[in-house]
Design a protein around this ligand. Structure first.
Ligand code: SF4
Length: 216
């Protein structure tokens, strides 16, 4: 990701010329599944209102005791699928919004195409929201490109630290390991209304969160 040519990224940003039209769609889970939080975002949100964060979905692992492990928190959504901070189509914390919200729709990571082939993706929801081909000056394009790489590096570092921490935790507890059968069983229980425990990676440690359907 870091070796991806800056010039190419800057050219794409310039050529796409994305401009937000304040439709608010990217702040809904219908459009963007979930808002993953870097640790620095989580730290700030914990201070202002811990109830707005939940374990990010798609937990990576589950041990044989039925405890899930996930690499970070996400923003909670309302029952209609919109972000907890979206009110009348506007962000209540716009000036302090999380890192990914500042960057979206820009990104730089591999994603599988329809045939399963991995390809670079630089813009999310292309042609599905906002305006295009607006003029973005060169300095702003450069800044956006630099911010994209900074965010993606932060995201990858958090994922790598999480994987190392899980590995260490499993080794320390000797017999702990990921068990797909336990994962599937606990997910079925959760969907039927049962409580599950998720260990969420934050600031180098795991935080235990108990969840039932509707509180996630
Ligand atoms: S925090 Fe603000 S910008 Fe981010 S998804 Fe929520 S409403 Fe949208």
């Amino acid at each position: 990701m870091l070796a991806y040519p800056d010039e190419e990224l800057i050219d794409i940003i310039k050529e796409v010329g994305f401009e937000c039209d304040l439709c608010g769609r990217c702040c809904t889970n219908e459009f963007n599944d979930h808002v993953f939080l870097l640790d620095k975002d989580t730290a700030w949100l914990k201070k202002i209102d811990p109830s707005v964060i939940v374990p990010a979905p798609y937990y990576e692992f589950c041990d044989q005791n039925g405890r899930f492990y996930v690499s970070g928190y996400a923003l909670k959504t309302k029952p209609d699928g919109s972000c907890t901070f979206l009110t009348n189509g506007r962000c209540e914390i716009y000036a302090s919004r999380p890192s990914i919200c500042r960057l979206y729709p820009y990104m730089l990571h591999y994603e599988a195409d329809e045939d399963g082939n991995l390809e670079w993706r630089q813009i999310g929801g292309l042609n599905e929201h906002g305006n295009y081909h607006t003029d973005i000056d060169d300095d702003e394009c450069k800044q956006i490109a630099s911010d994209i790489k900074e965010y993606e590096a932060g995201y990858l570092n958090q994922k790598i630290a999480f994987l190392s921490a899980v590995d260490e935790h499993f080794k320390k507890k000797k017999k702990l390991r990921h068990v797909q059968g336990a994962y599937d069983r606990e997910m079925r229980r959760f969907k039927k209304g049962g409580e599950i425990e998720v260990l969420v990676f934050f600031d180098g440690n795991f935080e235990s969160v108990k969840l039932t359907r509707g509180s996630d």
